[in-house]
Design a protein around this ligand. Structure first.
Ligand code: NAP
Length: 432
């Protein structure tokens, strides 16, 4: 029920692109429902974007236009500032700082901003007693920040793992369906609007790393530290690896994995082989999934659309509802409660998938097994794929559990053998 005594919550929106446009649409189309849910009416009163003359499919009548988004912070007709511009610095950061300094609630979908500056912004928000909300920054429409910070607040969380980048999940899914190489599927994804013109953030794992850092902070109270994170993308994954992984009973997924360890939190982003028997293996296309494991609850799984206008705007508007209800509490913990510990990957313990491309010559297997034996690497299974006479052959290995230092050393040694027709490839098998 709306409380007629509560004044309308006046919303200023910076950025009127995919997400900003979606937010304005939901606030207008679902106004009655949102008033009922949050107990207070909300209305957009002011906006900012780069180009005022673009037709955005809604009227600017009655809205104040600001050429400079930072001016939304001081606009007396704005109670809450929503930032949907993007970028970790520049106008997004200036607007966040200005809004919180004014004591105004600040809502954003910007993972880069929160991953890089979340601790300082959170400290400012606490000092000013102004809410800072970023549900849409991680996993789009999945309300994972709320689930971790509220729904699971009784639990000690000890591991969170997730597929957080829809672009990479889409590319890997289509590579599996079509057998086409990474570059071709990336080019198609760019044409379809599923990948940016500059895909670096997505395919090199940086976007996943930003989101994982935020999840670690919310789940474990870990300090937000992008330098304390191992990050590897999917450019080196081939359709052969996807096919071979399938034959061995696995899918290849780009995952973010964050684990509570003795002296902090270990965070890593890289492609993983995940068993076909896990739910996460079957999350395909642009969807996201987050698995949180805690005590006493055990395992919980959250799945849904990780990006796009509707899902992301849904999460932004949910934050606005929280603000309308009077939310104040900080979501990010005070800095450095639990250190994010970068241990490197040398000590990482796992089973490994290895693909070797070798010349069709006698003595090849003997040379490879000698190199593996010298590094004390024991092999769970070894398959040599049939091939045309004289053509290079693929040798697939799955190791027993070992550590990454041994894998790297043996791959270096094997890579130097004359019989190798291409550099060895290894992918970590995730024990889920
Ligand atoms: N798209 C998604 O699926 C998705 C999902 C989760 C999170 N996010 C996050 O949501 C945020 C917005 O993403 P988006 O996809 O909506 O981006 P977008 O479509 O590119 O829109 C960006 C908007 O920001 C405006 N803008 C850019 N620079 C500006 C400046 N200096 N001053 C004022 N306005 C400026 C642009 O103005 P013009 O329109 O005039 O150019 C545009 O309206 C980003 O942080 C992104 O990471 C997006």
């Amino acid at each position: 029920m709306s409380d007629d005594n509560k004044p309308v919550l006046k919303v200023g929106v910076a950025g009127l692109g995919t997400v900003g446009g979606g937010v304005i649409k939901i606030l207008r189309d679902n106004a009655a429902l949102l008033t009922q849910r949050s107990g207070r009416a909300m209305a957009v009163t002011a906006v900012s974007a780069r180009n005022r003359r673009v037709d955005r499919g809604f009227s600017f009548d009655g809205l104040t236009w600001h050429d400079d988004p930072v001016d939304l912070a001081a606009d007396p007709n704005v109670d809450v500032v929503v930032e949907l511009i993007g970028g970790s610095d520049g106008p997004a950061l200036l607007l966040a700082q200005a809004a919180l300094k004014e004591g105004k609630p600040f809502v954003t979908a910007n993972k880069a901003l929160i991953a890089r500056h979340g601790e300082a912004l959170s400290a400012l928000a606490v000092e000013q007693d102004a809410p800072l909300r970023f549900e849409a920054a991680v996993a789009g429409g999945i309300p994972i920040i709320k689930a971790l910070s509220e729904g699971l607040s009784a639990n000690t969380i000890d591991r969170v793992y997730a597929i957080l980048n829809g672009t990479c999940n889409y590319i890997l899914s289509v590579m599996e369906e079509t057998g086409a190489p990474f570059e071709d599927i990336l080019a198609d994804a760019q044409k379809l609007g599923y990948a940016e013109a500059d895909p670096t953030f997505d395919v090199d794992g940086i976007d996943t790393a930003h989101k994982l850092a935020i999840l670690s902070s919310v789940a474990f109270g870990a300090s937000l530290n992008m330098d304390a994170m191992f990050t590897e993308g999917i450019r080196h994954i081939t359709p052969h690896d996807i096919t071979f992984a399938g034959e061995l009973g696995y899918k290849i997924k780009l995952m973010g994995v964050s684990t509570l360890i003795d002296d902090g939190v270990m965070q890593r982003v890289h492609p993983c082989l995940v068993s076909l028997e896990t739910a996460i293996a079957h999350v395909n296309g642009v969807n996201n999934v987050v698995v949180a494991e805690g005590d006493p609850i055990g395992q919980t799984v959250y799945q849904g659309p990780g990006a796009g206008e509707g899902p992301t705007a849904s999460a932004v508007v949910a934050d606005l509802c929280d603000v309308a209800r009077g939310a104040t509490s900080p979501i990010l913990p005070p800095p450095a409660d639990v250190p994010s510990t970068y241990l490197g990957m040398d000590g990482h313990e796992a089973r490994y998938y290895v693909r070797l491309t070798v010349a069709d010559e006698p003595g090849v297997m003997a040379a490879i097994t000698a190199a593996l034996r010298d590094e004390d690497l024991s092999i769970e299974s070894l398959i040599q794929r049939s091939h045309a006479a004289g053509e290079p052959a693929s040798v697939l290995l799955v190791t027993h559990e070992t550590n990454e230092m041994k894998i790297r050393r043996s791959m270096e040694r094997i890579g130097g053998l004359d019989v190798m027709a291409a550099a060895p490839v290894f992918i970590r098998i995730e024990n889920l």
